[in-house]
Every structure is written in C-alpha cells, then in structure tokens.
Design a protein around this ligand. Structure first.
Ligand SMILES: Nc1ncnc2c1ncn2[C@@H]1O[C@H](COP(=O)(O)OP(=O)(O)O)[C@@H](O)[C@H]1O
Ligand SMILES: [Mg+2]
Length: 290
C-alpha cells in the first residue's frame, strides 16, 4: 500500500504548482492515474519512483517514509518512463543480459533462465534476434516490462504506456499488464479512460495538479447513473444542452447531433444510457470543450 500525503511540487522555473496538496492511497492491484496533458501525472510518478523530490508532503510505502528509505524502496520498484529509448543496437537477450548484470545476477545459467522467462512472459519469443532499434512501439513497451520483471518489483510504475500503440498492440499490452498484476501494485497513467475501464478497480483523477476524484472506479461511474441521457437531435438541441446540462460527448450521425449529457431530467425524447468511465470523467472535468 502506498500513501500519498499532501504532496506538492513546484518546479524551479514553473509558474504554477505542478502538484497541489495531493493525497490518496494506492492499494495492491492495478491503479489508474488519469488526467489530461499537464495534469501532473508524470511529475507524481517521478516522485514515487524516487527520480525526483517533492517540494512538500510525504509518501509512505507500507508505512515507511519513502525519502528516508529510498535505497530499500528502489529495490522493489520498477519504473517505465513515458518515452523509453532502450538500447537500439542490442537485441532483447543482450539487453536483458546487461540488465541482469547491472542487477548483480552473476551466475550465467541463472541469467539465461531469468531472461528466457521474462521474454516468454511478455510474448517476445521468436523476436530474440531482432535489434531493439527495429522493434515496434508495442514490442518496445513489452521489452520495457521484461526489463522491469527481471527485478521482480512489488511496485511497477508505468507512464502512459499505450500512447502511440496500434489497437492490436494496445490490447496485447493491457492483457499483459493484467496477467502480471498478481501480488503487485501497478500504477498506470493515461489520458485515455478506455485503457483502464476494464483493468483497474481504483483510480485517481488529476486535474491541474489537484485530485478531482480518488477511490473505487465503479463508485465514480455510479455518481452519474440515472442522470445520463442520450438524444439524437438537431444543432439547436445540441446548443441548448451545452448550456443547460453537462455534455459528456457529441458525435454527428447523418447530419444529426448525438449528444450524451448529464441532467436531473431528460430533455425531449432522450433515452437513459449506461454511463462509461469516459462519461463520468468528462462530467467531472465539467463537460466537453467546444
Ligand atoms: N521540468 C519542468 N519544469 C517546469 N515545469 C514543468 C516541468 N515538467 C513539467 N512541468 C509542468 O508541470 C505540470 C505537470 O506536468 P506533467 O507532470 O508532465 O503532466 P502530465 O504527465 O499529466 O502531462 C505542467 O504544467 C507542466 O508544464
Ligand atoms: Mg506525462
């Protein structure tokens, strides 16, 4: 369990607080950190990963303060930054061998076993000869996970891992995370709510450095249940709803505006619809922008 308490971050050249009095708990399992660009996700992950210091507040890992126990904590932590350029001239076996040596695995046979196991887990069997420089985005993310698994971390911090992946790679990656989530804490940041809709039980939504919501994902969605409507209407209907309700999405079908919105009462011949995490998220942010 990780406890984040009143964490604030002000960058030396920063104009505003990148994190402003952020407090929440991260239990075991996969935890979703959601927020738009600039919300503070990377800043918070870097602080939890002990790569950077907070300006104020504290983080506790199983009750122990993080900064004071940094060396101990680092051993049980894996961090995959937002953009990882692994070593392009090495293949996956050479790369993982290097990681093993860095981690102090001296025995050659033991290294070989650990590497084979990691490659198997992330589904890169058959791709051992290819240079990492020739890997696709999805394969590189998997290689990054393989590297982290060598350390067998209790906590895995992954910053926006699905950005730039094609749909197939993305699905594979999300499945991989749910497979390795047993007995681990995985902190997963994203601005795409669909990524974590079926993956996480607990979430935190950051907005401009502040916590907008934290807790059970289903409770969050339930917050707008019974108040979410959908109508296929005209441009005038859309304009009216944008003024009088909180619109969570608009799509245009055959010249009609299909509007989903949160309101206590239905407008016109709207039908009630089942909320998604995206609906609840956009609602919490105050509705869609123009
Ligand atoms: N090195 C830095 N110096 C100054 N400001 C920064 C720096 N890194 C990030 N910021 C600012 O901190 C805020 C949060 O950024 P970041 O943590 O990268 O958000 P996210 O990962 O959610 O997109 C943004 O306003 C960003 O401009
Ligand atoms: Mg970021």
């Amino acid at each position: 369990m990780i406890e984040i308490r009143e964490v604030t971050k002000i960058y030396p050249m920063g104009k505003k607080k990148a994190l402003d009095n952020v407090s929440f708990d991260i239990p075991n399992g996969i935890f979703g950190l959601i927020g738009r660009n600039g919300a503070g996700k990377t800043t918070l992950m870097r602080i939890i990963a002990t790569v950077m210091d907070q300006t104020g507040g504290a983080i506790y890992f199983d009750g122990k303060e993080l900064k004071a126990n940094r060396d101990e904590f680092r051993k049980s932590l894996g961090y995959l930054p937002q953009s990882t350029k692994l070593m392009p001239r090495l293949n996956i076996v050479e790369f993982l061998d290097y990681i093993c040596i860095m981690k102090g695995v001296k025995d050659k046979k033991e290294r070989k076993e650990k590497i084979a196991e990691a490659i198997e887990t992330v589904g890169l069997v058959g791709e051992e000869k290819k240079k990492l420089g020739n890997y696709s985005g999805g394969m590189l993310r998997r290689a990054g996970i393989a590297q982290a698994l060598i350390e067998d971390p209790k906590v895995l911090i992954i910053d926006e891992p699905t950005t730039g992946l094609d749909p197939e790679e993305r699905l594979y990656f999300l499945n991989l995370l749910s497979r390795i989530a047993m007995e681990r804490t995985i902190i997963f940041s994203t601005h795409i709510t669909a990524d974590i809709e079926n993956l996480c039980r607990n979430i935190c939504i950051l907005e401009q450095g502040k916590v907008k919501y934290t807790g059970d994902k289903d409770d969050f969605i339930d917050g707008i249940r019974g108040r979410l409507w959908e109508i296929e209407g005209t441009a005038e209907d859309e304009a009216k709803l944008r003024q009088e309700a909180i619109v969570t999405s608009v799509s245009y079908v055959d010249g009609n505006a299909k509007v989903r919105y949160v309101a206590d009462e239905a407008y016109g011949d709207s039908v009630e619809v089942k909320p998604t995490l995206e609906d609840a998220y956009i609602h919490a942010l105050g509705g869609v922008k123009r």
